[in-house]
Design a protein around this ligand. Sequence first.
Ligand code: DX5
Ligand code: ZN
Length: 214
Amino acid sequence: MLLSPSILAADMTDLKSMLPVLEGQVDFLHMDVMDGHFVPTLSFGEMYTKTIAKHTSIPLDVHLMVTNPEAEVPKYFDIKPANITFHVETTAFGVRLAGEIRKQGIRAGVSLNPATSLSTLDHLLDHIDLVLIMSVEPGFYGQSFLPLALDKIRELKRRIGGRPITIEVDGGITAANIRSVLDAGADMIVAGSAVFSGGTPERIKENIAALRKA
Ligand code: DX5
Ligand code: ZN
């Protein structure tokens, strides 16, 4: 299992001391970029993401919840994140955009809201490296997992067939439901509250251990 903690749920005034706690414990850092248009919340953008990149060697997993991803995606090229994921609902030119991400040596991801059908990926599957299934409506951390995501993961896995595409799942994942998400076919798990609740380095380490054990 690949674990990608969402730093949205961390104490964002204290990430400098939080990052060393995560080094060696997690596979990616999930960066939830929200623009206040595609989702109701405004979180942070490329400036904050660049600052984080400077202070950690953990590969970044950028999740762009923004309208006009064509304008936003290139802002992340110079920090060379591992993945850049945009939402399928936000563009009619996903093949082209994924191609531009891949040209930079960055893995291209596409995300789907709970309301969005897997058929919106039909034309993209030969052009992307990752699908991010939202298991909550995006915009906030700390929401409850929507069980409809489990069938979606299973069906996505079937549609992917032999292609080397990572299935990432995001929203409401806890030690109590992570097993079912992995059993359904997820390769990579995003967790915000389940990693950062308690806030202290000890609690964060315990939380990560509990997720890995489950
Ligand atoms: C939701 C974000 C998620 C969220 C995860 O809009 O994309 O990454 O922060 O947080 P939890 O795990 O608390 O749902
Ligand atoms: Zn996210």
